[in-house]
Each structure stands twice: as structure tokens, then as C-alpha cells.
Write a protein that binds this ligand. Structure first.
Ligand SMILES: C[S@@+](CC[C@H](N)C(=O)[O-])C[C@H]1O[C@@H](n2cnc3c(N)ncnc32)[C@H](O)[C@@H]1O
Length: 239
């Protein structure tokens, strides 16, 4: 059939094909995670420093339901579970999830890992007190921000928190305007960089709790911190 576009979802699928095929079901990421000894900063088994700080400040109530989007090998999900939260974690890569399950077992932590695309995976809870994303959004094509905001609208409980880590503009990632990514056919150039104001704009329906560069953390630290990343915490307006 040559004429297929009749819905917004059809347009989003069409743009996926043009810019960033998700159709390999994580195979690219499976290859990325196949060799665990590579010098990839986020392969360390430590939680994000911003997440650990917010937990230490008591921002998240005990026992909260947390959803980790693009959890990779589960370093944040496992940490959250060891601190008593009820954790679901989703990733496209089965290889990453197998690694995450090993980490969870080693930490005696209970995480429900789900294999699939964040936009269509089946989850056990209808809503979450916290949605956390460390490094997933910046790998999504611009048009998928529409799907991402819809996902938050569906899954984040009123009054709940949304935490994000992404490439910081000026430090790492592509700073091309959205339109140019499609027009020039350059894909996502390894991930998109955001400024603090761009995050404020994308998540303008939420209340800003904090937006700041991630603090650098060395090998001796119990937490992960790289200054080429930006961290954000937002709160959804309570009903
Ligand atoms: C930069 S890695 C970060 C992994 C992990 N959050 C961490 O910080 O250690 C990005 C992850 O997002 C996952 N991902 C990207 N797009 C996704 C999608 N549409 N649905 C589910 N996972 C996705 C990739 O498989 C990858 O594991």
C-alpha cells in the first residue's frame, strides 16, 4: 500500500523510518553491551550522583513505585531497589537486561526488568510515583518527544517526580536544530544535547525542582558523575 498515513501514530512511525529506526529491537544496543570490559563511563555499577542526592534528601517517599526508562544494565534500578523502592525497569536490549539481572541478584535486590520499547511495553502498574531516565531521552528522535510526553502523562502519578540525565549542550552530543536532523539525513549523531532552557521548554508542563550539570565523581566515589551530562528533576502538578 502506498498511502498509509491516517493517524498521528502513522506520522511518528514514518519519521522513525526516516531518522532513527527502532526496528532493530535493540540489536545495536545488544552489540554495544556485549563486551562489558570496555571503558564506557556508565558501565560502572554505581547510581547517578543526582539520584543518590535526591534520595538522601528524602525527596522520594519510602516504598514509592519507580519506573526506570532505558535502564541499560540497571545500575540506577538496582540501587533504587536496594533502598526499598518498588522498581520496574525497561530497556530495548536483552543483553543489558541480562547484565542488570546479574547485578540485581548480586545485590540481593528485587527489580522487575522488562524487555521492549518504552512506548509499548506492558507494565504491572498503571502509574508510578517516580519516572527516571538516565541517558534514554537523548537517544530518541525529536518527534518521539511527543510520545515521551504522552508516556509521562499516562504513567507519572499527579505529584510524582520525573528525573532525567542527558547530554549537556557544549559538552557532548549533537546541537543541530531538530529540523536539520531530518533535512540533512544525519540520524541522531550519537545522541542529542540539551541546554537547561531546552529542558525547561520540553517539560514546561512540569514544576522544576532542579536543573544542573552533573557533578564530577571520581573512581573512589560511591556514585556516578560525569560533567558532560545535565541532570534535571521535575514534579508533576498534584491534582
Ligand atoms: C546511554 S544508555 C543508558 C543506560 C542506563 N540508563 C545507564 O545510565 O546506565 C541508553 C539506554 O536506553 C535504551 N533505549 C534507547 N531507546 C529506547 C527505547 N525506545 N525503549 C527502551 N530502551 C531504550 C538503550 O537500549 C540503552 O540501554
Amino acid at each position: 500500500m502506498k498511502r498509509t498515513v491516517t493517524t498521528t501514530e502513522d506520522v511518528l512511525d514514518l519519521l522513525d523510518e526516516l531518522i532513527a529506526p527502532l526496528t532493530d529491537h535493540g540489536n545495536w544496543w545488544d552489540r554495544f553491551y556485549a563486551e562489558r570490559n570496555r571503558d564506557v563511563p556508565f558501565f560502572v555499577d554505581k547510581p547517578d550522583e543526582n539520584l543518590a542526592a535526591h534520595l538522601d534528601q528524602g525527596l522520594i517517599p519510602p516504598g514509592a513505585r519507580v519506573l526506570d526508562l532505558g535502564c541499560g544494565p540497571g545500575r540506577n534500578a538496582v540501587h533504587l531497589a536496594t533502598r526499598g523502592f518498588d522498581v520496574d525497569a525497561v530497556d530495548l536490549s536483552a543483553t543489558a537486561l541480562a547484565w542488570g539481572k546479574e547485578r540485581a541478584a548480586a545485590a540481593d535486590a528485587s527489580v522487575r526488568f522488562h524487555h521492549g520499547n518504552i512506548f509499548d511495553v506492558q507494565l504491572p502498574h498503571a502509574s508510578y510515583d517516580v519516572v527516571y531516565d538516565s541517558g534514554c531521552l537523548h537517544h530518541l528522535a525529536p518527534h518521539r518527544r511527543i510520545s515521551y510526553l504522552a508516556l509521562l502523562d499516562r504513567l507519572l502519578a499527579p505529584g510524582g517526580h520525573f528525573g532525567l540525565v542527558c547530554f549537556a549542550a557544549g559538552e557532548m552530543g549533537s546541537e543541530r536544530p531538530d529540523a536539520e536532523l531530518y533535512r540533512e539525513g544525519v540520524g541522531l549523531e550519537g545522541g542529542l544535547a540539551f541546554t537547561e532552557d531546552e529542558l525547561r521548554h520540553v517539560f514546561r508542563e512540569f514544576t522544576e525542582v532542579e536543573i544542573r550539570p552533573m557533578a564530577a565523581r571520581g573512581a573512589e566515589s560511591a556514585t556516578f558523575g560525569q560533567p558532560f551530562l545535565l541532570t534535571a528533576m521535575f514534579r508533576r502538578t498534584p491534582r
